[in-house]
Ligand binder design. Structure first.
Ligand SMILES: [Zn+2]
Length: 379
């Protein structure tokens, strides 16, 4: 009888959190910075190819580009440039086995492909997730406090019609230890006025006012679209200890029964905390995207933690790929292997029945995401 891992290797994945691709040739420095969450070059004499993800790229992406495993960074980048970004993207996306994308368009959306472009290049469905803070920032310049509050409301209502979900980066802009209660109208107006005048002075609109960040969330909650929360591991502007999802327990408690699901993204190193929340609260889900990609050969440990206590109907697949098509392959291959190995182990020890293992693998690979984001209806 075939192994569960062989089945998982062939599953069509729904990538419930990813971004667009840079569709132009990249100089080495830029390629390397897209292969790390750091904002700085690796300290010489090392490079970002000398990391778990860099090692993965040279081991697993190299053969897709007709190179030997474990090739040098120079050979890899030379071959990549020779083939051209369209060919490289096509090959890596095909090998990733991802069948459907749910794309967060709020992070440097002008630099990477839109969901429509991603759908064109892959020939696969790509749905949009709207980032709340980015949306608010776009309506802010020149607005009065009253106008801003009204326009934010209208923009979020409109986005609910074109998006399969919302995304919050309150973890970056404040922390997950935010006040879980909805701010009142007068408090929101006062906050809008404070923030807009500070932005006018600074000449830049970066939404970081805690009252407005909460207001955005509570504008989105009644719309019953899933809200994705960045959790844990991320860029250098994160304050990690304030990104533990157990710090937003009050908000999770307050939104049970709202009809709006909460998906916790990345979760590393708080995967166990996220797993507990996913078990306890009926509307909470988690993934290990981004973390699995950057863990490379250690991805199995992370995936194992994500399946310790979270029910199998609460675990989602995400690559969190941004910019490089290599990240789609890394996210999918590492996650598939880890899930496959674990389920094989459980079936071999008779801790889990084979039919259950096959069913749960399909749930986590795509069925859970299709249900949460209503993708059948969206396609
Ligand atoms: Zn992301």
């Amino acid at each position: 009888m075939s192994l569960i891992s062989e089945h998982v290797a062939e599953l069509n994945l729904v990538d419930h959190h990813c971004h667009g691709l840079v569709m132009e040739d990249l100089p080495r420095g830029e390629f390397e910075l897209l292969a790390t969450e750091s904002d700085w070059p690796a300290p010489p004499p090392t490079t970002w190819f000398d990391s778990p993800l860099g090692t993965f790229i040279r081991a697993e992406c190299a053969p897709v580009l007709d190179l030997p495993r474990h090739c040098s960074p120079e050979d890899y980048l030379q071959r990549r440039a020779h083939l051209g970004v369209a060919e490289v993207t096509g090959r890596l996306l095909r090998d990733s086995g991802i069948g459907e994308f749910v794309v967060d368009t709020g992070f440097h959306g002008d630099r990477v492909s839109s969901p429509r472009q991603l759908a064109e290049v892959s020939g696969l469905p790509a749905h949009q997730v709207t980032r709340l803070e980015t949306l608010a920032q776009t309506v802010a310049p020149g607005a009065s406090a009253e106008g801003f509050v009204r326009d934010v409301h209208d923009a979020i209502q409109a986005a609910a019609l074109t998006s399969v979900g919302f995304k919050s980066i309150i973890a970056y802009r404040f922390g997950l230890d935010f006040d879980p209660t909805p701010p009142g109208p007068a408090e929101v107006l006062r906050a809008a006025s404070e923030w807009l005048s500070a932005c006018e002075t600074a000449g830049s609109w970066r939404l970081d006012h805690p009252v407005l960040l909460r207001h955005l969330l509570w504008e989105a909650v009644p719309l019953q679209r899933p809200i994705q929360f960045h959790v844990g591991y991320g860029d250098s502007d994160i304050t990690l200890h304030r990104c533990d999802p157990s710090q937003m327990t009050g908000f999770l408690r307050a939104t049970v029964g709202s009809g709006t699901d909460i998906t916790l993204l990345h979760c590393y190193p708080f995967i166990r905390e996220a797993g507990i929340l996913a078990q306890v609260f009926p509307h909470v889900y988690l993934d290990t995207g981004l973390a699995v990609t950057h863990a490379g050969a250690s991805a199995g440990t992370l995936v194992r933690e994500s399946l310790e206590v979270a029910p199998f109907g609460k675990v989602l697949f995400a690559s969190d790929a941004y910019g490089l098509p290599e990240l789609y392959l890394a996210g999918s291959l590492l996650w598939r292997r880890a899930v496959g190995e674990l389920l094989d182990e459980w079936v071999a020890s008779d801790a889990m029945g084979r039919d259950d293992a096959l069913r749960y693998a399909s749930w986590m690979a795509g069925d859970n995401a299709r249900r949460v984001y209503g993708l059948e209806e969206a396609t």
